[in-house]
Design a protein around this ligand. Structure first.
Ligand SMILES: NC(=O)c1ccc[n+]([C@@H]2O[C@H](COP(=O)([O-])OP(=O)(O)OC[C@H]3O[C@@H](n4cnc5c(N)ncnc54)[C@H](O)[C@@H]3O)[C@@H](O)[C@H]2O)c1
Length: 317
Protein backbone atom coordinates (compact mmCIF):
# COMPACT_ATOMS: atom_id res chain seq x y z
CA UNK A 1 0.00 0.00 0.00
CA UNK A 2 1.41 3.40 -1.03
CA UNK A 3 -0.05 6.55 0.48
CA UNK A 4 0.30 10.28 -0.21
CA UNK A 5 -0.48 12.74 2.58
CA UNK A 6 -0.62 16.40 1.60
CA UNK A 7 -0.10 18.48 4.72
CA UNK A 8 1.96 15.58 6.12
CA UNK A 9 4.03 17.95 8.26
CA UNK A 10 0.95 19.42 9.93
CA UNK A 11 -0.78 18.67 13.20
CA UNK A 12 -3.19 16.02 11.89
CA UNK A 13 -1.06 14.97 8.90
CA UNK A 14 1.96 13.94 10.97
CA UNK A 15 -0.25 12.07 13.48
CA UNK A 16 -2.05 10.37 10.60
CA UNK A 17 1.24 9.21 9.09
CA UNK A 18 2.31 7.72 12.44
CA UNK A 19 -1.04 5.94 12.76
CA UNK A 20 -0.86 4.58 9.20
CA UNK A 21 2.63 3.24 9.81
CA UNK A 22 1.86 1.58 13.15
CA UNK A 23 -0.37 -0.87 11.29
CA UNK A 24 -2.99 -1.31 14.03
CA UNK A 25 -5.98 0.05 12.12
CA UNK A 26 -8.02 -1.37 9.24
CA UNK A 27 -5.59 -0.16 6.54
CA UNK A 28 -3.66 -2.95 4.78
CA UNK A 29 0.12 -2.98 5.33
CA UNK A 30 1.64 0.38 4.43
CA UNK A 31 4.93 0.14 2.52
CA UNK A 32 5.48 3.81 1.74
CA UNK A 33 4.09 7.20 2.71
CA UNK A 34 4.89 10.35 0.74
CA UNK A 35 4.39 13.61 2.63
CA UNK A 36 3.87 16.71 0.46
CA UNK A 37 4.07 19.90 2.48
CA UNK A 38 5.73 23.32 2.73
CA UNK A 39 7.67 21.86 5.67
CA UNK A 40 9.61 18.62 6.10
CA UNK A 41 7.63 15.75 7.61
CA UNK A 42 8.68 15.29 11.24
CA UNK A 43 8.01 11.52 11.22
CA UNK A 44 11.33 9.69 11.17
CA UNK A 45 10.73 6.33 9.50
CA UNK A 46 12.44 4.72 6.50
CA UNK A 47 9.04 4.27 4.84
CA UNK A 48 8.38 8.04 4.81
CA UNK A 49 9.53 10.23 1.93
CA UNK A 50 9.18 13.95 2.57
CA UNK A 51 8.64 16.09 -0.52
CA UNK A 52 8.89 19.78 0.35
CA UNK A 53 7.11 22.35 -1.81
CA UNK A 54 3.88 24.27 -2.28
CA UNK A 55 0.72 22.69 -3.60
CA UNK A 56 0.07 26.10 -5.18
CA UNK A 57 2.57 24.86 -7.79
CA UNK A 58 0.79 22.38 -10.11
CA UNK A 59 4.17 20.88 -11.08
CA UNK A 60 4.90 20.10 -7.42
CA UNK A 61 1.44 18.56 -7.09
CA UNK A 62 1.87 16.44 -10.22
CA UNK A 63 5.28 15.24 -9.00
CA UNK A 64 3.82 14.33 -5.59
CA UNK A 65 1.26 11.96 -7.14
CA UNK A 66 3.12 8.77 -8.00
CA UNK A 67 1.59 6.51 -10.66
CA UNK A 68 1.17 3.64 -8.18
CA UNK A 69 -0.35 5.61 -5.29
CA UNK A 70 -3.24 3.72 -3.63
CA UNK A 71 -4.61 6.26 -1.15
CA UNK A 72 -4.33 10.05 -1.00
CA UNK A 73 -5.15 12.06 2.10
CA UNK A 74 -5.55 15.70 1.07
CA UNK A 75 -5.01 17.66 4.28
CA UNK A 76 -2.87 20.62 3.17
CA UNK A 77 -4.94 23.74 3.61
CA UNK A 78 -5.03 27.33 4.73
CA UNK A 79 -7.09 27.43 7.94
CA UNK A 80 -10.14 29.55 8.72
CA UNK A 81 -8.59 32.70 10.19
CA UNK A 82 -6.05 33.08 7.38
CA UNK A 83 -8.60 32.25 4.66
CA UNK A 84 -10.86 35.00 5.93
CA UNK A 85 -8.05 37.56 6.10
CA UNK A 86 -6.21 36.58 2.91
CA UNK A 87 -8.90 35.78 0.37
CA UNK A 88 -6.61 35.06 -2.59
CA UNK A 89 -4.35 32.68 -0.67
CA UNK A 90 -7.36 30.79 0.68
CA UNK A 91 -8.80 30.34 -2.81
CA UNK A 92 -5.41 29.41 -4.26
CA UNK A 93 -4.58 26.69 -1.71
CA UNK A 94 -7.99 25.41 -0.68
CA UNK A 95 -9.64 25.49 -4.12
CA UNK A 96 -7.15 25.78 -7.00
CA UNK A 97 -4.62 23.35 -5.48
CA UNK A 98 -7.39 20.85 -4.67
CA UNK A 99 -8.42 20.93 -8.32
CA UNK A 100 -4.76 20.56 -9.40
CA UNK A 101 -4.44 17.49 -7.16
CA UNK A 102 -7.60 15.94 -8.62
CA UNK A 103 -6.30 16.68 -12.13
CA UNK A 104 -3.00 14.96 -11.28
CA UNK A 105 -5.01 11.87 -10.27
CA UNK A 106 -7.22 11.94 -13.32
CA UNK A 107 -5.01 10.04 -15.73
CA UNK A 108 -3.69 7.39 -13.33
CA UNK A 109 -4.30 3.82 -14.47
CA UNK A 110 -6.05 3.01 -11.17
CA UNK A 111 -8.17 5.78 -9.56
CA UNK A 112 -6.80 6.23 -6.04
CA UNK A 113 -8.93 6.48 -2.91
CA UNK A 114 -8.86 10.19 -2.04
CA UNK A 115 -9.84 11.47 1.39
CA UNK A 116 -10.60 15.20 1.52
CA UNK A 117 -10.66 16.75 4.98
CA UNK A 118 -13.53 19.20 4.99
CA UNK A 119 -15.08 21.06 7.87
CA UNK A 120 -18.36 21.83 9.60
CA UNK A 121 -17.69 25.41 8.40
CA UNK A 122 -19.51 24.43 5.16
CA UNK A 123 -22.74 24.93 7.16
CA UNK A 124 -24.22 28.20 8.34
CA UNK A 125 -27.37 30.27 8.45
CA UNK A 126 -30.54 28.94 10.06
CA UNK A 127 -30.20 25.31 11.10
CA UNK A 128 -31.83 22.80 13.44
CA UNK A 129 -30.31 21.93 16.85
CA UNK A 130 -29.07 18.65 15.39
CA UNK A 131 -27.90 18.95 11.80
CA UNK A 132 -29.01 16.12 9.48
CA UNK A 133 -26.73 14.74 6.74
CA UNK A 134 -28.64 16.45 3.95
CA UNK A 135 -28.76 20.03 5.29
CA UNK A 136 -28.15 22.61 2.56
CA UNK A 137 -24.63 24.10 2.63
CA UNK A 138 -24.57 27.81 3.49
CA UNK A 139 -21.00 28.67 4.53
CA UNK A 140 -20.51 31.95 6.39
CA UNK A 141 -16.74 32.19 5.93
CA UNK A 142 -14.25 32.05 3.06
CA UNK A 143 -12.81 28.82 4.55
CA UNK A 144 -16.25 27.22 4.66
CA UNK A 145 -16.97 28.27 1.07
CA UNK A 146 -13.60 26.94 -0.11
CA UNK A 147 -14.17 23.60 1.63
CA UNK A 148 -17.68 23.37 0.12
CA UNK A 149 -16.20 23.92 -3.37
CA UNK A 150 -13.57 21.25 -2.63
CA UNK A 151 -16.34 18.82 -1.61
CA UNK A 152 -18.14 19.37 -4.92
CA UNK A 153 -14.91 18.89 -6.88
CA UNK A 154 -14.17 15.61 -5.07
CA UNK A 155 -17.76 14.48 -5.72
CA UNK A 156 -17.57 15.27 -9.42
CA UNK A 157 -14.14 13.65 -9.97
CA UNK A 158 -15.50 10.60 -8.14
CA UNK A 159 -18.66 10.49 -10.27
CA UNK A 160 -16.47 10.58 -13.37
CA UNK A 161 -14.37 7.71 -12.02
CA UNK A 162 -11.15 9.79 -11.87
CA UNK A 163 -10.74 9.18 -8.11
CA UNK A 164 -12.51 7.12 -5.45
CA UNK A 165 -13.27 10.06 -3.19
CA UNK A 166 -14.61 10.37 0.33
CA UNK A 167 -15.17 13.71 2.07
CA UNK A 168 -14.63 13.69 5.82
CA UNK A 169 -16.03 16.75 7.57
CA UNK A 170 -13.96 16.89 10.72
CA UNK A 171 -15.24 18.25 14.01
CA UNK A 172 -13.14 20.95 15.64
CA UNK A 173 -10.13 19.20 17.11
CA UNK A 174 -9.32 19.75 20.77
CA UNK A 175 -7.00 19.64 22.64
CA UNK A 176 -4.36 20.53 20.07
CA UNK A 177 -0.84 20.66 21.59
CA UNK A 178 1.61 23.42 20.73
CA UNK A 179 0.86 27.03 20.00
CA UNK A 180 -2.29 28.91 18.92
CA UNK A 181 -2.79 28.78 15.14
CA UNK A 182 -4.60 30.81 12.48
CA UNK A 183 -7.90 28.91 12.84
CA UNK A 184 -10.82 30.93 14.22
CA UNK A 185 -11.39 27.92 16.49
CA UNK A 186 -7.87 28.08 17.93
CA UNK A 187 -9.30 29.06 21.36
CA UNK A 188 -11.13 25.68 21.54
CA UNK A 189 -7.75 24.18 22.39
CA UNK A 190 -6.26 27.34 23.91
CA UNK A 191 -8.76 27.59 26.79
CA UNK A 192 -7.59 24.16 28.00
CA UNK A 193 -3.95 23.95 26.87
CA UNK A 194 -2.76 27.37 28.05
CA UNK A 195 -4.26 27.30 31.59
CA UNK A 196 -2.99 23.74 32.13
CA UNK A 197 0.47 25.20 31.42
CA UNK A 198 -0.15 28.09 33.83
CA UNK A 199 -0.64 30.59 30.98
CA UNK A 200 -3.63 32.98 30.73
CA UNK A 201 -6.10 32.43 27.90
CA UNK A 202 -9.22 34.02 26.43
CA UNK A 203 -12.59 32.58 25.48
CA UNK A 204 -13.70 34.96 22.68
CA UNK A 205 -17.23 33.59 22.19
CA UNK A 206 -20.29 33.48 24.51
CA UNK A 207 -19.93 30.58 26.95
CA UNK A 208 -23.20 29.01 25.78
CA UNK A 209 -21.73 28.56 22.27
CA UNK A 210 -22.09 24.89 21.31
CA UNK A 211 -19.04 23.25 19.76
CA UNK A 212 -18.71 19.94 17.89
CA UNK A 213 -15.46 18.42 19.05
CA UNK A 214 -13.19 15.42 18.54
CA UNK A 215 -9.91 14.52 20.18
CA UNK A 216 -6.89 14.35 17.85
CA UNK A 217 -6.53 10.58 18.45
CA UNK A 218 -10.08 9.77 17.44
CA UNK A 219 -10.04 12.12 14.44
CA UNK A 220 -6.94 10.35 13.15
CA UNK A 221 -8.42 6.91 13.86
CA UNK A 222 -11.51 7.90 11.87
CA UNK A 223 -9.40 9.17 8.95
CA UNK A 224 -7.54 5.84 8.81
CA UNK A 225 -10.91 4.06 8.77
CA UNK A 226 -12.11 6.28 5.91
CA UNK A 227 -9.02 5.42 3.87
CA UNK A 228 -9.76 1.69 4.18
CA UNK A 229 -13.56 1.86 3.86
CA UNK A 230 -15.33 -0.14 1.16
CA UNK A 231 -16.73 2.64 -1.05
CA UNK A 232 -19.74 0.48 -1.95
CA UNK A 233 -20.98 0.94 1.63
CA UNK A 234 -21.38 4.67 0.97
CA UNK A 235 -23.35 4.49 -2.25
CA UNK A 236 -23.71 7.93 -3.82
CA UNK A 237 -23.38 9.67 -0.43
CA UNK A 238 -19.66 10.17 -0.29
CA UNK A 239 -19.63 12.90 2.34
CA UNK A 240 -19.47 12.02 6.03
CA UNK A 241 -19.91 14.26 9.05
CA UNK A 242 -17.39 12.54 11.30
CA UNK A 243 -18.61 11.88 14.84
CA UNK A 244 -17.87 14.33 17.59
CA UNK A 245 -19.35 15.36 20.90
CA UNK A 246 -21.40 18.50 21.49
CA UNK A 247 -20.13 20.68 24.34
CA UNK A 248 -20.57 24.33 25.24
CA UNK A 249 -17.61 26.55 26.05
CA UNK A 250 -18.96 26.66 29.63
CA UNK A 251 -18.90 22.83 29.85
CA UNK A 252 -15.32 22.84 28.57
CA UNK A 253 -14.34 25.28 31.32
CA UNK A 254 -16.12 23.07 33.89
CA UNK A 255 -13.95 20.16 32.69
CA UNK A 256 -10.87 22.34 32.99
CA UNK A 257 -11.78 23.15 36.60
CA UNK A 258 -12.55 19.49 37.46
CA UNK A 259 -9.29 18.18 36.02
CA UNK A 260 -6.94 21.17 36.27
CA UNK A 261 -8.28 22.84 39.41
CA UNK A 262 -9.73 26.28 40.21
CA UNK A 263 -6.42 28.14 39.63
CA UNK A 264 -6.35 26.84 36.02
CA UNK A 265 -9.97 27.90 35.43
CA UNK A 266 -9.21 31.35 36.84
CA UNK A 267 -6.63 31.88 34.07
CA UNK A 268 -9.38 31.97 31.39
CA UNK A 269 -10.99 35.35 30.84
CA UNK A 270 -14.26 35.73 29.00
CA UNK A 271 -13.89 38.27 26.21
CA UNK A 272 -16.00 39.18 23.22
CA UNK A 273 -14.19 39.13 19.86
CA UNK A 274 -16.82 39.74 17.15
CA UNK A 275 -14.42 38.64 14.34
CA UNK A 276 -14.05 35.18 15.94
CA UNK A 277 -17.63 34.87 17.21
CA UNK A 278 -19.06 35.70 13.76
CA UNK A 279 -17.28 32.65 12.30
CA UNK A 280 -17.48 30.15 15.16
CA UNK A 281 -21.09 30.90 16.16
CA UNK A 282 -22.19 30.26 12.54
CA UNK A 283 -21.09 26.62 12.85
CA UNK A 284 -23.42 23.78 13.88
CA UNK A 285 -23.11 22.45 17.42
CA UNK A 286 -24.38 18.91 16.85
CA UNK A 287 -24.94 16.44 14.00
CA UNK A 288 -26.93 13.33 13.32
CA UNK A 289 -24.05 10.86 12.90
CA UNK A 290 -26.06 7.63 12.90
CA UNK A 291 -24.73 6.62 9.46
CA UNK A 292 -21.02 7.16 10.20
CA UNK A 293 -21.43 5.38 13.56
CA UNK A 294 -23.06 2.42 11.76
CA UNK A 295 -20.06 2.42 9.39
CA UNK A 296 -17.71 1.99 12.36
CA UNK A 297 -16.58 5.59 12.92
CA UNK A 298 -16.27 6.59 16.57
CA UNK A 299 -16.82 9.54 18.91
CA UNK A 300 -15.07 10.42 22.17
CA UNK A 301 -16.88 9.49 25.39
CA UNK A 302 -16.87 12.95 27.01
CA UNK A 303 -14.94 16.19 27.10
CA UNK A 304 -13.35 15.04 30.38
CA UNK A 305 -11.94 12.02 28.53
CA UNK A 306 -10.51 14.36 25.87
CA UNK A 307 -8.81 16.56 28.47
CA UNK A 308 -7.45 13.46 30.26
CA UNK A 309 -6.05 12.21 26.92
CA UNK A 310 -4.25 15.54 26.50
CA UNK A 311 -2.91 15.56 30.08
CA UNK A 312 -1.65 11.96 29.74
CA UNK A 313 0.10 13.00 26.50
CA UNK A 314 1.84 15.81 28.39
CA UNK A 315 2.91 13.43 31.12
CA UNK A 316 4.51 11.00 28.62
CA UNK A 317 5.98 13.66 26.28
N1 LIG B 1 -7.72 20.77 13.25
C1 LIG B 1 -9.02 20.99 13.12
O1 LIG B 1 -9.72 21.35 14.09
C2 LIG B 1 -9.71 20.78 11.78
C3 LIG B 1 -11.10 20.81 11.72
C4 LIG B 1 -11.73 20.65 10.50
C5 LIG B 1 -10.97 20.41 9.36
N2 LIG B 1 -9.61 20.39 9.43
C6 LIG B 1 -8.85 20.17 8.20
O2 LIG B 1 -7.89 19.14 8.43
C7 LIG B 1 -6.72 19.40 7.66
C8 LIG B 1 -5.49 19.38 8.53
O3 LIG B 1 -5.63 20.37 9.54
P1 LIG B 1 -4.51 20.62 10.65
O4 LIG B 1 -5.22 21.03 11.87
O5 LIG B 1 -3.56 19.47 10.69
O6 LIG B 1 -3.78 21.91 10.06
P2 LIG B 1 -2.23 22.27 10.02
O7 LIG B 1 -2.16 23.75 9.72
O8 LIG B 1 -1.52 21.78 11.24
O9 LIG B 1 -1.68 21.45 8.78
C9 LIG B 1 -1.87 21.88 7.49
C10 LIG B 1 -0.59 21.59 6.73
O10 LIG B 1 -0.76 22.05 5.39
C11 LIG B 1 0.45 22.59 4.97
N3 LIG B 1 0.25 23.54 3.89
C12 LIG B 1 -0.41 24.73 3.96
N4 LIG B 1 -0.28 25.36 2.78
C13 LIG B 1 0.44 24.54 1.98
C14 LIG B 1 0.92 24.67 0.66
N5 LIG B 1 0.70 25.76 -0.07
N6 LIG B 1 1.63 23.62 0.14
C15 LIG B 1 1.89 22.53 0.87
N7 LIG B 1 1.49 22.38 2.14
C16 LIG B 1 0.78 23.38 2.68
C17 LIG B 1 1.03 23.29 6.19
O11 LIG B 1 2.44 23.49 6.07
C18 LIG B 1 0.64 22.34 7.30
O12 LIG B 1 1.68 21.43 7.59
C19 LIG B 1 -6.98 20.71 6.92
O13 LIG B 1 -7.46 20.41 5.63
C20 LIG B 1 -8.05 21.37 7.75
O14 LIG B 1 -8.81 22.27 6.96
C21 LIG B 1 -8.96 20.56 10.61
Amino acid sequence: MKILVTGGAGFLGSRLIRALLDGKGPMPRVDKVVSADLAACPVKDARVESRVGSIADPLFVAAAVDADVDVIYHLAAVLSGQSEGEFDIGMQINVDATRALLEACRHLAKPPRLIFTSSLAVFGGPMPEVVPEDLVLMPQSSYGAEKAIGELLVGEYTRKGFVDGIVCRLPTISVRPGKPNSAASSFVSGIIREPLAGVPSECPVPVDTRLWISSPDLAVKNLVRAGALDGARLGLRRTLNLPGICVTAAEMLDSLERLGGKPARALVSLTDVPRIAAIVCSWPGAFDVSRPLALGFEADQSFDSIVKQYMEGLATA
